[in-house]
Write a protein that binds this ligand. Structure first.
Ligand SMILES: C[S@@+](CC[C@H](N)C(=O)[O-])C[C@H]1O[C@@H](n2cnc3c(N)ncnc32)[C@H](O)[C@@H]1O
Length: 189
């Protein structure tokens, strides 16, 4: 009950105009037939949007560590008639994804949850196609009494860059159109 309230709240935030969801997906150049892993899919708003973009010939893997989050996203996909989403329960770095089969990994507000981001993304390389990309979106540091500030619900951009470099990725592009968030796209070195 509380979980689904929280997940609906995540989806309301993700779908609000200020979150720039359409612009994010456009910037990533998502195409029909692609395979996308939504890492830390939460309430699944982006998983569903990606599923519509990649169409019947593509696939989205909604990945989360919480089974109840995945059940919520599964129900949402059923309601929306989306049949091209697979639900993957992650056990730390282990996840049931096709090796060498993922075009894009997308981690929005998830990076700061990862206890060992370097080994996580080092390991993730095995799932990416050659030329595959990883998109990371995190809140910018905030001061004061906001939820993001109080719970350190962010990773500073310099830390993201450093950890991704250590994991063997280089920055392809840094998008600046999200006022409250950093949005970086990485490729494999
Ligand atoms: C703040 S929510 C973000 C949800 C969604 N990406 C969004 O933008 O609305 C973070 C999500 O990451 C999940 N998570 C935490 N650690 C994870 C891990 N190691 N692998 C996959 N998901 C994880 C949480 O269960 C939660 O659903």
């Amino acid at each position: 009950m509380l979980d689904s309230f929280f997940l609906r709240m995540l989806n309301r935030e993700a779908s609000a105009p200020g979150s720039g969801a359409d612009k994010i997906i456009d910037a990533l150049g998502v195409k029909e037939g692609e395979v996308i892993a939504d890492l830390g899919s939460g309430g699944g708003y982006f998983s569903c949007e990606f599923a519509r973009r990649v169409g019947k010939t593509g696939r989205v893997y909604a990945v989360d560590v919480k089974e109840r989050n995945l059940s919520f996203v599964e129900r949402l996909c059923e309601q929306e008639g989306l049949k091209n989403v697979t639900f993957v329960l992650a056990r730390g770095k282990q996840m049931d994804l096709p090796e060498g089969g993922v075009d894009l990994a997308f981690a929005r507000n998830t990076f700061h949850h990862l206890p060992e981001p370097v080994s996580y993304f080092e390991n993730f390389r095995r799932y990416l196609i050659s030329g595959g990309k990883v998109a990371i979106i995190e809140h910018k540091p905030k001061k004061g009494l906001s939820f993001v500030a109080l719970f350190r619900h962010y990773t500073p951009q310099e830390v993201i860059l450093q950890k991704m470099n250590e994991a063997g990725y280089s920055l392809v592009e840094s998008f600046n159109f999200l006022p409250g968030q950093v949005f970086d796209l990485f490729g494999i070195d």
